[in-house]
Each structure stands twice: as structure tokens, then as C-alpha cells.
Design a protein around this ligand. Sequence first.
Ligand code: PLP
Length: 424
Amino acid sequence: MTMTRTDAAIDVERIRSAFPALAGPMAFMENAGGSQVPRVVADAIRDFMLREYVQLGAPYELSSQATQTVADAHEFINRFMNGEDRGTVILGPSCTSLSMMLADCYARALPGDAEIIVMESGHEANVGPWDRLADRGFTVKIWTCDPQTGQSHLDDLKALLSEKTAIVACVHVSNLLGDIEDVPAITALAHEVGARVVVDGVAYAPHRAIDVAAWDVDWYIYSTYKVYGPHMAALFGKHDAIDELTGPHHFFIPKQEIPYKFEANGVSYEGCAGLLALQDYLRFVIGDTGAGPIDRSGIEGAFDILTNLEMQTQGRLVAYLQSRNDIRIIGPTHAEESRVSTISFVHTSKSSREIAESVCRHGIGIRHGHMYAYRLCERLGLAAGDGVVRVSLVHYNSPGEVDRLIAALDDTLDSDRSDVQESR
Ligand SMILES: Cc1ncc(COP(=O)(O)O)c(C=O)c1O
């Protein structure tokens, strides 16, 4: 791992000072649901709305500026995903809507005998839209996961692939399990039979640098509102994959007008200003006082620091959960870089609901449920309604906050259970 950090840059209190919401009493540990934003991002959105909030493409100066902001945001996010030399970024309101849009485009382009493989352990956003193509006559095969661990095995994928496979839709990190899937291996297998790979990177992107070039993926989606930005989502598509499709926008908008042809859902202009400002935050993380576009090594250097910070709190929480004999971690049971700090668990007797509600009363934001990984919960034999307790940490969570969580969990779990206390 390349470490470009300075000692000042890895100080979590310095990092936290960039996020106004973190100055309050609440400990945000539901980051897999949505992250907080640095002040620079919020300021950029406000400034855009107060000074530049006009429509694009009109022949006046302010409109040209707004047009440039939106174009620059596409360009930055493409660099953020390391897709600059190989594809284009399409922006939209959410991963779910972009995934639905893409599935619909493929349904109009694929031959009738095409087969689609869908990874069962994913979030429904990148499962349902593909699974539903069965209603339009396509063969959909489900890549099921292990009922004990939730893991998806490459051998099972191999058994499903055929020369008719057109799409493999998978998740990079399960938003419930937290382990990082081997996307390069999945992609290589899919490409052997000429299939396109559509990766849901929503639960990966807040934690590690996206690198669509290294992984050679055809499509990669993530939600920008979980990566310290505005409520939007981005879909990277390789040039040749995009060229195979016709976007959903009006008939008079030419097929070649990319990404606009795929942006019928609308792009938030002020959101684009916020996305661009994320560059300033990443520069702050690496201790770079410059301005303007951040280059790829700056992005990777910043994410090295984010990972390093995250590993400090991940170890603390996993060690605590492992020390309790009344808790079962759902997903990898060790702190390691091959997992992110999205950590789910169930209790031997208490419901996930009562644990989450009790912890929230301590001023700590977590949640319980199936997290839209509904099929995974069912496969694991968990009642989808109650699901798991999920704690999702990112780089700005401090060791002190994790200690507060541990105290809240002790209070919750041991309150009426002297047997548990005795056994510890
Ligand atoms: C792994 C994963 N994929 C997809 C989504 C859906 O994202 P969006 O809210 O942008 O539709 C989520 C949301 O939690 C997620 O965690």
C-alpha cells in the first residue's frame, strides 16, 4: 500500500474537524446507509445554488459556468473511479435508479436467448432489476451463496456461465457482510465467455479507492451520498459497453450524445458542485494545500489514509464482538483489510430491533434489519424483518466513539442477563 500520509494527516481529530456534523453529540455509525459531508462539500452546494443556479447550455455566461461545473464533475468522478482512458461516467439520483435504467437498456439490446447471472448476496438494487428480466423472456440464473457464511464461491459462478451469458451482475462488498469480493476474478471468468460485468460498488467506495482500470470491469456503480458527497450516484461504463446500448433519453437526442443519452433521470447541478468539492477534502486528507483537480495518485493516497484510520477502529469493535459468547458476527469474524468496517451481528436471545433501539438511545446511530440484502438474509436463515444489527464505521469514526458503542452494547446486552455477565 502506498503511504503518502503525514503524521498530521492521520490524526482522526483533524479529519473530524472537516465535518461540521461530527462536532455534535451524535456518533454516526450508520455510514453504510449514508455518510456525513465535509464543510467544503456543503459550502460548494450552497454557493452554486446562490450564485450559479441556472439551466445548462444557454448562450449566457452564467449558463456556460454551470455547464462547465457539470462537465467537470463527470470528469472528476471518472478519474475518481480510474476510468478516464477507457470509459464515461453517467450520473443519476441513486444506484437503484441507474441499475434499473441499465437493465432496461440491456433488455432492449440483448438477443432473446441471452442469459443473465445475478449474485444473490447483493443489495436488491443490483439484483432485482436483473432478476426481473426473466419477465421479459431472458434466462436468469441466481449465483447462490453459502447458507452458513454468506460467501459466494467462484466455482459456483463457473458452473453457471455459458456461451449465452451476457451479463454477470455482482456486488463488490455486501452491505451486510462487509467482505470484499474478488471482482477481478469474477470479471476474468465472465469475460472468458464474452459476458459484461456490472458491479455494485456502493459498499466498497467509501472505504477504498475504486479502480475500474485495474479490475477491467465493464460497468461499476456507486452512490456518492455514501462517499462524503451529495445524494447522487455514478455509473462508469466502458466505451465499447456503452456503444452497444441506446440510452433511455428522448428520440431526438442522438445515441452518441454520451452521457446525456443515459441521464433521463436528471443530474443535480448543485450536486455536481458538491461532487467537485470532494477534491478539496481529499487534498486536505493528504495535507496538500493546492487547488484545482486532484490527480489519481492524490486520490489513492487519500484512500490509503482513510483505510488506515478505519482499520484502527475496526479492530477494536471486532475484538469486542468476538469476546462476547452471546453474539454471532455475520460475515468475516476478523479485522482485516480484506473486509470493510460494515459489521453485522445477531444476539443469542435479544432481537436485533431491541439492540439497535437501545444503542440509539445512547446517542449512537446504528440500525437493524435486512438492509435490502433481503435474499442474503433469507439464505442465512435470518428473519428478514428483524435481520441483523449493523454497525458501519468509516474513517472519521474515532476510537472514543467505538468505546462509547461498546459501553452502550454492554449496557444493552447485560442489563437483564446476569448469566452473560458471569460467563465473561
Ligand atoms: C451495496 C448497496 N448497493 C446498492 C444500494 C442502493 O443505493 P441507492 O440508495 O443509491 O439506490 C445500497 C444502499 O444502501 C447498498 O448498500
